[in-house]
Structures are given as structure tokens and as C-alpha cells.
Ligand binder design. Structure first.
Ligand code: MLT
Length: 404
């Protein structure tokens, strides 16, 4: 028989969100009449808007014609879309040929791990999106799991908590090859200022590290003074890769469209362009994002599409405001939910899974336990603001009743 990959055996349990789904199903089997509201996984709920649907459907119809049919496309994405992303989402801060269109930020994270291999060292914000740690474990970069500290001894965990305003203490952070940084942060909803991002870039430049900057939620930044891209910061192109996504801003979680930006000037120690190797990875193990979906992306970036994107984002931000307001009224400590769809809070005296179970049992609301995002998430829970308005209103009623 074939031996199991020992790295997979090191993963602590199932991936966080399927684990939550499992517990939800167990609850439903015991309480079949309960009307569950999910504020757990950040999955979009509102229909795709008309301009974007038109872009998608036109691409489908075109495929049914001789003139409009196309087979394999460029693995890097349609050049028109790459140019439009550079112009409309990045205001020309980057060039079209630095954009690689893909099926999402999560698969790109996995492919970036393949790009860098298993000899690199990594740092992550603690707490952070579990894919960074889990994919590093799968690649074998992480050393062993330490039961006592509930972390991997080969990973540098950069604590982000209310005491440091959710920005890591870089003066006490060990040098690593890669630094994963998610902004706005999933799960805390914290957003770094331009000065903070400059500190991060300066730190990476000094240490000759590469930042993998995840801006999947950047469209939720409504405060004009906050940076939406790492490339707004001086020197970032020498040290940063940015991954991003159309999932949350236009409801493409199931449709799938994302991107990775690798600046032309980002180089390895030996002077090779990182972009050159990424191109090799993408052309070898990826066949390009669906051509239909890319046309949806193109539609999202014209004037009407951008307006719709803004409306979709505003809808979820209003949900976040409603949840925040209720938790505030009840006197909870709350973070995020202003320039982000996630609200981070704690239920005094309860660990994360206990709080998760109680909210599920009493209010029939699914949340996400903070500890699932890293050891510093213990004691916290995350509310997602993705949901129909009527469900959010019902959820806050139940919160007022059960969490007072
Ligand atoms: C989350 O809930 O943290 C995310 O939606 C999961 C994801 O985007 O993969």
C-alpha cells in the first residue's frame, strides 16, 4: 500500500468551515424545527447584479456561435481583463502584465505554496485565515504541532490582538522568508493604516522577505484614508505579492474569479523574476479561469458594473453596522465590521467553541469560533455580515434576547 503523506497527518482536524458545517448538521438532526441563521462562513447571499449577469450570459451565448466560440484561453487570463484590473481596481499602480487572473484567492494561496516549496519559513498574523497555515502544513514547511501552545513550532505567529490594535509587534518578530498578511483582516475585521503597511514593507525589505498580501476584502474599505492595496506603499513592489478576489464584492463565491499580482521587479536572491516562475506554475498546473466568468469580471469593471459592486458591498456593510449596533448596545467588546464584513467579539468567560455552541443552542445562529483562526483567536467569535437583511434583523433580535 501507499504511505500516507505525513504532512496531512499533521493537520489538526478537518478544515475549519466543514467542521462548523458538521456541528450545524448535528444540531439540526437533534432540532429539526430550528430555524438556523448562518453568520458563520463568509458566503455571499445576494443575487448577482444585472450588468454582471449580462456579461456572463453574453459570454455563454457567444460560445454557442461559430464566431464567438473559443477553446483554451491564456492561462494568465484575458489580456483585456488584466488591463482593466490594473486600471480600475489598482488605478494604474500596477501593469496589466503583472496581473494573473485565476479561479480565486484560496487556490492561488495553495499554488503560491507550490511556487515557494517546502524549504521556506513563514510568518502569519495570529489570528488569520486558516488556509495559510494549513497549506503550509500540507507542503511540509511548518515543523511539528505543539499541543501545549496549540501552534506549529516552525511557524512565526504574529500576535494581533486588542492590546496592539491588531497590528503585529514587528520589532519582536523573527525573520521569515514569507509573511502572510490579510488586510482587511479575516477574521478580526481590523484594517491597517498606510503607516502600518509602510512598517510592514520596510520590515520585509530589511529582512529580504516576501509579503503575500491578501486583499480579498479590500472593496469593503470605505474610509478613503485607508489603503486598499499594498502597492500604495513605497517600496512594496520590491517585496510584495498581492492576491485578491471577486468573490465577496460581486457575489462570485460559487462562480470563482480571483487574481494574483506579481510585480515585474520582485526578484529572488539569484536575480530571477518571481513572476517568471509563477507564469511557469500557472501554465503547468492551471488552465486559466473560465472564459465565461472572466467576461463577468469584465462587466463588473465597467462603470455600471463598478456601481453595482459598490451597492453589493454597501448592502453587506449595512448588515455589519446592524450587528455591531446590537452588540454595542448589549455592552460587548467589538472590533471590525466598519471597513470589513466581519465582526470580532468575545463572550466573557467562555472559550470560542463554548460560545459557538451556546449561541447555536440558544439563538440558533451559526458563528465562527475565533480559535479556529489561530491560538490568539481563543475566547473570540466571529460574526459574518453576509446574509439577507431580513435574516440579519431576525438574528439581532435573537442576539438581544439570548446574549444579554
Ligand atoms: C471565511 O468565512 O473566512 C471565508 O469566507 C472562507 C473563504 O473565503 O474561503
Amino acid at each position: 500500500m501507499v504511505k500516507r503523506n505525513p504532512n496531512l497527518a499533521k493537520l489538526q482536524s478537518g478544515y475549519l468551515f466543514p467542521e462548523i458545517e458538521k456541528r450545524k448538521k448535528e444540531f439540526i438532526s437533534k432540532n429539526p424545527n430550528a430555524k438556523i441563521i448562518s453568520l458563520g462562513i463568509g458566503d455571499t447571499t445576494e443575487p448577482i447584479t444585472p450588468r454582471i449577469v449580462k456579461g456572463l450570459s453574453k459570454a455563454v451565448s457567444d460560445l454557442g456561435t461559430k464566431e464567438g466560440y473559443g477553446g483554451y484561453g491564456a492561462e494568465q487570463g484575458l489580456s483585456e481583463l488584466r488591463e482593466k484590473i490594473a486600471a480600475k481596481l489598482y488605478n494604474g499602480l500596477i501593469q496589466g502584465n503583472e496581473v494573473f487572473v485565476s479561479d480565486g484567492a484560496k487556490p492561488d494561496t495553495g499554488r503560491l505554496q507550490v511556487l515557494f516549496g517546502n524549504k521556506v519559513t513563514i510568518a502569519v498574523q495570529d489570528p488569520s485565515y486558516p488556509v495559510y497555515v494549513d497549506s503550509s502544513v500540507i507542503l511540509g514547511q511548518t515543523g511539528n504541532y505543539n499541543e501545549k501552545s496549540t501552534n506549529f513550532d516552525g511557524i512565526e505567529y504574529m500576535k494581533c490582538n486588542p492590546q496592539n490594535d491588531f497590528f503585529p509587534d514587528l520589532a519582536n518578530t523573527k525573520r521569515t522568508d514569507l509573511i502572510f498578511f490579510c488586510n482587511p483582516n479575516n477574521p478580526t475585521g481590523a484594517v491597517a493604516t498606510k503607516e502600518q503597511l509602510q512598517q510592514l514593507v520596510d520590515f520585509a525589505r530589511k529582512n529580504k522577505s516576501i509579503i503575500i498580501y491578501d486583499s480579498a476584502y479590500s472593496q469593503f474599505i470605505s474610509d478613503e484614508n485607508l489603503p486598499r492595496s499594498i502597492y500604495e506603499v513605497e517600496g512594496a513592489k520590491d517585496v510584495a505579492i498581492e492576491i485578491s478576489s471577486f468573490s465577496k464584492s460581486i457575489g462570485f463565491t460559487g462562480v470563482r474569479l480571483g487574481l494574483t499580482i506579481i510585480p515585474n521587479q520582485l526578484k529572488y536572491e539569484d536575480g530571477t523574476q518571481v513572476r517568471k516562475d509563477w507564469n511557469r506554475i500557472m501554465t503547468t498546473i492551471f488552465n486559466g479561469a473560465s472564459n465565461i466568468v472572466q467576461h463577468g469580471g469584465l462587466a463588473a469593471l465597467d462603470n455600471a458594473g463598478l456601481k453595482e459592486m459598490k451597492q453589493t458591498v454597501s448592502y453587506y456593510l449595512e448588515n455589519a453596522r446592524i450587528i455591531r449596533k446590537t452588540l454595542e448596545k448589549l455592552g460587548y467588546e467589538i472590533y471590525g465590521g466598519v471597513n470589513s464584513p466581519y465582526i470580532w467579539t468575545r463572550i466573557p468567560g467562555k472559550n470560542s467553541w463554548k460560545a459557538f455552541e451556546e449561541i447555536l443552542n440558544q439563538a440558533h445562529i451559526v458563528t465562527t469560533p475565533g480559535v479556529g483562526f489561530g491560538p490568539s483567536g481563543e475566547g473570540f467569535i466571529r460574526f459574518s455580515a453576509f446574509g439577507h437583511r431580513e435574516d440579519i434583523k431576525e438574528a439581532v433580535k435573537r442576539i438581544e434576547e439570548h446574549l444579554k
